[in-house]
Design a binder for this molecule. Structure first.
Ligand code: ADP
Length: 273
């Protein structure tokens, strides 16, 4: 009888060993697929702007360089292409760091109201060009939060740039901030732009994922914007949400933690009353 038990244990152990090995191999296969997929996407993303830049340079070399007007125009466009490449490479660098967990957050206390204002100032021209107005539905009382200011600025920038890119002419993007329970706030970026068809919503935050896969894309963008946003928010231990309806608009929102400074202020205020 004990022999049978031993045999049974042995068989179970061999089975478990084989299962573990299989899982290990499956994990390796998934990783390999992931790596191939990533590299495939990267080269695809880089190819378009590279060929564009090369096109302008070849045309210049072909003689267009002699005509000052044409030369300036083509140099300008080639430079735009290079700028786009720089954006993509920067985003790739950031996403690689975020995905490998190699990004140290520089946590500090900052006023989120001021940060929104700064991002609005930086994007004012771009929004005006697309005839989109940026509005901030807030009092100008500071709200102190804790987080990596630069990274949260990137989150706001990516969300606002998207609302401009996918917005309609004469549209509006509004930022608002609300208190949540447990010392949290929620920052909402709401637009009345083209919206996102339902079936795409679950995949929006995947890197390189786009609703319009046709390649006839809106200016700029690396297809990495939203995945960067999600990584940054999750690295802070916070949450990101999206609600959207085609032809109506989109709302992206994320949570942040307030610092105790706000409480002190509100306690003191209430003592005064
Ligand atoms: P991209 O560089 O393509 O803008 P993102 O990761 O920032 O990449 O966004 C992924 C996709 O999500 C976009 O291609 C677009 O289809 C959709 N999207 C993002 N934000 C909005 C928005 N505010 N309104 C409509 N569609 C949006």
């Amino acid at each position: 009888k004990p022999v049978t038990t031993d045999m049974k244990t042995l068989t179970e152990e061999i089975g478990k060993f084989a299962q573990d090995k299989k899982i290990e191999i499956d994990t390796l296969k998934i990783r390999e697929e992931y790596r191939k997929d990533f590299l495939g996407n990267v080269s695809h993303e880089l190819k378009t702007p590279l060929f564009t830049v090369q096109g302008y340079i070849l045309t210049l070399l072909d003689g267009a360089i002699k005509d000052k007007k044409v030369r300036d125009k083509y140099l300008e466009r080639a430079n735009k292409g290079v700028e786009r490449l720089i954006y993509i490479v920067k985003d790739l660098d950031l996403i690689t760091k975020l995905e490998s967990g190699n990004l140290n957050l520089q946590q500090e206390e900052f006023d989120i109201i001021e940060l929104v204002q700064n991002v609005f100032d930086l994007l004012e021209m771009r929004a005006a060009k697309m005839e989109i107005s940026l509005t901030f539905d807030m009092d100008y009382e500071p709200i102190f939060v804790v987080g990596d200011k630069e990274k949260i600025q990137q989150v706001l920038t990516n969300l606002l740039v998207n609302s401009i890119k996918y917005g309609h002419k004469n549209g509006t993007t509004e930022v608002s901030i609300e208190n949540l329970v447990q010392n949290k706030i929620i920052v909402r970026v709401t637009d009345n732009g083209e919206g996102i068809p339902k079936q795409h919503i679950p995949r929006l935050f995947e890197r390189f994922y786009r609703v319009d896969q046709s390649g006839s894309r809106k200016e700029g963008g690396s297809g990495l914007g939203l995945s960067i946003v999600k990584h940054i928010i999750e690295a802070h231990g916070e949450k990101i949400y999206v609600e959207s309806e085609e032809d109506v608009g989109s709302e992206f929102s994320f949570t942040l933690e307030k610092t105790s400074n706000n409480e002190e202020i509100s306690i003191e205020e209430s003592k005064l009353v």
